[in-house]
Design a protein around this ligand. Structure first.
Ligand SMILES: Nc1nc2c(c(=O)[nH]1)N[C@H]1C(S)=C(S)[C@@H](COP(=O)(O)O)O[C@H]1N2
Ligand SMILES: [Mo]
Length: 573
């Protein structure tokens, strides 16, 4: 090629390539990729009604309708701060929706295809905050007040995945320190603000298809002449637990709410005190014919598709009848913290955490599962081939009982572990639906050979709780390897081997075997021991392992000496 031709080529490349072309080609910035459309269909790629991604101020839509200033969102009851009733007032819902539509809001942050910010809180929830500001009135200060409660009630070490609505989990080591999670370390999953309800002002409304609808005060519920007291150790697990593993493999639904990038900590255990909902329903004359589900209403305000509502979900009567639904006011010997639902919450044993409604103010008997979006449009388990392009809410299984699952909490992902032929591994195991972990196995070779956790190394077994465990797993081999754990529950259910097998669009239920890559250095091996001593002698850091050694590991003399006695690396014929 002539120099002229080369120059021309270079110029051409400059014009067509972005400086990050290589990153794009290698899938390191998939959020910046365009669409490769090989079909005969035109696909829309612009949304002028959405505000800029970095927008932090409220922005009106062009041509927005006039606002009705006489519409002010108010709190419903005295002593119930942060409670706005939506479900009783369809007109109010419509007005709020109308006001919402006057604005354009930024899209949720792209943390699945783009990088996760290295901050704590990881995500801020700007757009959810702006929604509250847009509606105003009683919702105006909810984001700030919610954060104040987080700071007051939670452990300073919490990993805040989302500031508002608040979503946070305990760091790995602290989470499994005690099989009963201290209140301040219990994970939190909110869909809105945190109401503050005075216990004296509180009552629970029971209505719908019950024979004798009633309102019961906290004192009524706590009256042991009316209801026997119930005390139970129960593990709550969010269906988003371990979602991060799914995200790392394949991106999924970036829910409006921001599907928090949960790690292994969206699971915690507490001793709850309350009453069985079954007794309360009996006290209300039992159910009318045709009642099949019990709908739970939470006092917080939730946004879905620009509409406002209370947090509403349901559980089947059969679950209540089995005395597996508690109305609880105490958590680990203390009144419920505000952030965990004070003064009263549902605790639905062995089910997805989403059914354990906090700030519970109403139980309604209904003929069908709840049609509210948290039940009917979210927390759905889709078949692998459903996604943005083809999913419909009825195609997903409404998640109720949680499957068997487990996690390695120590060591950590990509750690270098120097050991003497065995690695200390710690973790948790859980199974929903009243099943419990009977066996946990750990593999140090990616899942070929499994070692069983000794039975004496488990926390106590209960019908509705996780078990923490630890063991020393023998490992001779060195270099990168994968620690894997799996649990067998008492029904002999176990976990799929790979994330791919449990991956789904909603990124729920990451129940596959938990895999941790570690770099194994076996100090029992003579050569390894010697080398590690040399790092010590030369005052040179062994980390990072990717950095070449500065000291010579072998002199040229020693090298020659070896070849003088060894078979050569070459052949003569
Ligand atoms: N009222 C109300 N109840 C709620 C929620 C909520 O946002 N509002 N979140 C649910 C979800 S998805 C989970 S996983 C659990 C979490 O309970 P915790 O925050 O006490 O750990 O609460 C459930 N109950
Ligand atoms: Mo959840």
């Amino acid at each position: 090629m002539s120099t002229e031709a080369i120059a021309h080529r270079q110029k051409e490349a400059e014009m067509t390539q972005r400086p990050d072309e290589w990153l794009l080609e290698q899938g390191l910035e998939p959020d910046k990729l365009g669409l490769r459309n090989q079909s005969d269909i035109k696909i829309n790629l612009s949304s002028p009604q959405t505000a800029d991604a970095n927008e932090t101020e409220l922005k009106l839509r062009p041509g927005a309708e006039e606002d009705d200033p006489s519409f002010v969102v108010k709190e419903e009851r005295k002593g119930w701060h942060g409670y706005v009733e939506w479900e009783d007032y369809p007109e109010k819902k419509a007005k709020a929706h109308k006001r919402f539509q006057r604005f354009k809001f930024p899209p949720p942050p792209e943390f699945q295809l783009g990088p996760l910010p290295p901050t704590n809180p990881v995500l801020e929830g700007v757009r959810w905050k702006l929604w509250h500001k847009a509606i105003g009135g009683a919702l105006e200060n909810v984001p700030e007040e919610s954060w104040d409660i987080v700071v007051e009630e939670k452990h300073p070490g919490m990993l805040h995945l989302l500031q508002f609505p608040y979503n946070g989990e305990a760091p790995k080591g602290l989470l499994i320190k005690d099989p009963i999670t201290p209140n301040e370390l219990h994970f939190v999953r909110n869909h809105g603000g945190i109401p503050t309800i005075e216990p004296e002002a509180f009552d629970l409304r029971i209505d719908g298809l019950v024979n004798d609808p009633k309102r019961l005060t906290l004192a009524d519920l706590q009256n042991e002449a009316l209801f026997p007291r119930m005390e139970k150790l129960v593990t709550l697990q969010c269906s988003g637990t371990r979602r991060f593993e799914q995200i790392q493999e394949f991106a999924g639904e970036g829910d409006e709410m921001i599907n928090a990038p949960w790690a292994e900590g969206a699971i915690s255990t507490a001793k709850w005190v309350g009453v069985s909902l079954k007794k309360v329903i009996k006290y209300c004359g039992g159910l009318k014919d045709g009642a099949k589900h019990l709908e739970f209403y939470g006092a917080d305000s939730y946004f879905k598709g620009g509409e406002l509502m209370n947090y509403v979900v349901s559980v089947p009567w059969s679950k209540v009848k089995a005395n597996e639904v508690m109305l609880a006011w105490e958590m680990n010997g203390k009144p419920l913290p505000r952030i965990h639902g004070a003064p009263l919450r549902a605790v639905v044993m062995g089910y997805i955490g989403a059914r354990s409604v906090k700030w519970l103010y109403r139980v309604k008997a209904t003929p069908t599962p709840s049609r509210a979006p948290v039940q009917s449009r979210e927390y759905l388990y889709f078949q692998q081939q459903y996604g943005k392009h083809n999913q419909l809410p009825w195609l997903g299984i409404q998640i109720q009982e949680m499957p068997v699952s487990s996690a390695i909490m120590s060591p950590w992902q990509k750690e270098v572990v120097v050991h003497n032929g065995a690695i200390e591994v710690e973790g948790w195991a859980y199974s929903g639906g009243g099943r419990w972990p009977e066996r946990v196995e750990v593999s140090a070779d990616g899942g070929r050979v499994w070692y069983q956790v000794p039975l004496e190394n488990f926390s106590k077994k209960h019908k509705f709780t996780w078990r923490t465990w630890k063991m020393k797993v023998p490992i001779d081999h060195e270099g990168w390897t994968e620690l894997v754990c799996r649990c067998w529950d008492n029904s002999l259910n176990t976990q799929p081997m790979e994330v791919r097998q449990s991956w789904n669009w909603g990124l729920h239920i990451t129940s596959s075997c938990h895999r941790i890559k570690i770099y194994s250095v076996n100090a029992n091996r003579e050569a390894t021991r010697k080398r590690l001593q040399e790092f010590e002698d030369h005052q040179e850091s062994f980390l990072p392992i990717t950095r070449p050694t500065e000291f010579k590991t072998m002199s040229m003399q020693e090298y020659e000496k070896m070849w003088a006695t060894m078979e050569p690396r070459d052949v003569d014929d």
